[in-house]
Design a protein around this ligand. Sequence first.
Ligand code: SF4
Length: 231
Amino acid sequence: MVLMSLPSARRAMTRAQARDFITSLAEANPDAESELDYSDAFSLLVAVVLSAQATDKSVNKVTAGLFADAPDPAAMVALGEEGIAAHIRTIGLWRAKAKNVLKLSEQLLALHDGIVPADRAALEALAGVGRKTASVVLNVMFGESAMAVDTHIFRLGNRTGLAPGKTTRAVEDGLIKRIPPDMLRPSHHWLILHGRYVCKARSPECWRCVAFTPCLFPLKTQILERKGEPA
Ligand code: SF4
């Protein structure tokens, strides 16, 4: 069943409901991890920059060749903007991304000895790196409980009542407030994968959702009951 416009939860979850929601996702997929291919902090940073408005699969297709030719900032600078662009032409915004990958590689060499800094302000000062990208790198590579709010997590936060908010920052703050601190870091992956494969933008599959009970989405029962009816 596909619904064109789906409502958000009418209220926010309590902390207990949020814990139940996250626990359900955790038990279903305990080893969730990033679907981007990377081998170190530099390749993760570049992959996340390239993933804006592109699927992880499409990014992985281009980074295999890109990282073979340019595994570190110095090699990326040597490859140059045209060389980078030649690798990434199949993903959205490739011209701007090629410029940013070159520039951030130059910045890493000039300011950080070619090392990706484990510091939010320093990361966000790099070309093409905003709060969300910095949060992913801090979370995945440096073990911080940073919560990166992408389109899937923004939708989930509002739809389920886990963290209602009009801006990504409001949703981020709501998640940090409600999710138990010891579950915050892996929650990033649990939520993204749940949004990508189950709680989808136009057609959430509530009938097979492990977090059905604590979810506050107003149409969840309707969708469950209509499962099986002709579209
Ligand atoms: S019950 Fe439906 S709306 Fe709620 S989290 Fe699951 S898939 Fe999403």
